[in-house]
Ligand binder design. Sequence first.
Ligand code: C2E
Ligand code: MG
Ligand code: MG
Length: 502
Amino acid sequence: MHDLSTSSLTAWPWLALFAMPWLVAAGGAWLAYRYARRLRQMATHRDALRRELADAAAGDPAAPGVLSREAFAERLNEVADRADRAGGQFSLLYLDLDGFGAVNDAVGHRRGDEFLREVATRIRRQVDGPVCRIAGDEFAMIVEGDAAQAREVARRLPACMAPPADGPLAGRLAGTALSCSIGIAHYPEHGGRSLLLANAVLAMRSVKLAGGGDFADYEPQMGRDAREEMALLADLRVALERGQLSLFYQPKVDARTLQITAAEALLRWDHPERGMVGPARFIPLAERHGLIGALGGWALEQACRQAAAWREQGLRMRVAVNLSAHQLRQDAMVDGLVDSLKRHGIPPGRFTVEITESVAMEDTRITRDAFDRLRQAGLHVSIDDFGTGYSSLASLRRLPAAELKIDRAFVCDLETSHDARTICEAIVHMAHTIGLRVVAEGVETAGQRDLLVAIGCDELQGYLFARPMSAQALAQWAAMDDAPEAPEFSPSLFDPTRPTDL
Ligand code: C2E
Ligand code: MG
Ligand code: MG
């Protein structure tokens, strides 16, 4: 025992001498490992900081957390890398506010921007992933997870467009119903990272085409629709100068005497390859792409010229034109119309402008101003497609309207639906109470005509009497003042595919 302890004591320095280099090496390796780990942590931290700094510098400064396009593209790559590595999914959502121009018109561009920043902040709160303000009122965002999760977010987003409850914008935007259109592209099935954004935009555009205020997943057909739309737009840009547009006129007749009281001008586009393209197809296109000013202005001038020509021929009927929401927002539109009427010697009271109920009831500064100018000019205002917007008597009373047109949907159901009949009776009663004349549009059968006369409608319009026709055809018909139901005028003077002159 003693020997052993003596020998171990004498062996210790040797052992220590032998182990020392190993201990030093192990310690060094451990220190090196810790140092490398620290370096890696620092690098990660530095990269995150750099990214945050870059995002802050490149993002939208007034909407915290909302990225610039460059920063968003980087994030998209990172999310796609992660999805590729782990076999995950994500979706890219592209959102565009519907009709944001109306807000700018109502509150001015500075306040409009303020509102958009508020919208950006609200969107940021609704979406966990990166959000980018692509431009103006367009946003892109990434939602990690499956398609159902993306649709769930898309369902929540429209609430972000609500006008603020308080602050300077609250009062001025109250009553403005704002919606948005959202396109969704899922990764990877709707394209690689370079195509994903473009496909989400296509899906958003197709939502817009269908009237907006909704969301849709990308479908390959949407690319074809967009190309078709672009081709039609290119043709529309030259349609005016090539003389392909014309105005057709559809008479309104007195419900009791059946004599013509007015003629409504309806735009027609005789496309060289497609045949007749209806205004429901090309007017929204013109509105979306800034052509409505030229098109609408041409229609107004043309209608004034025609009204003057008919007056020359001794035909004393009103001429009516339709005004779209975009036209109503153009500052110079009413002045231009008044000027045109003056040049052609038409008393403004003999000229009708038809404005749909949904547009007329938009209680924004711009619509109020436009109605004030129409009132001052003494124009005859008609509220078109009435009945679908649930307007109150009070809101109707504040408009300078003289006429109200019952929407075709009610007229169409009149013979079969008790509700449609009750609604028509209520509209006529309400309109007469505040001194408005009532026109029923879309009258197609003798049964509808009889019911409308019994209800007390003042004027009727529809295929039963005449389809929209050329100015020349209408003049010939009007000259035969006792024959609105003669076989040659009913049911049709207008071939659905090509215009025909008498
Ligand atoms: P709107 O002003 O409500 O015009 C009535 C639409 O119903 C016209 O369609 C007319 O052809 C159609 N219609 C008339 N009677 C009947 C009928 O008995 N049965 C059926 N099924 N339809 C009938 P159109 O010409 O295709 O015009 C569609 C819309 O396009 C118009 O609706 C109007 O809002 C707009 N529009 C037409 N011309 C112009 C224009 O010059 N400027 C603007 N801004 N909008 C226009
Ligand atoms: Mg109309
Ligand atoms: Mg109508």
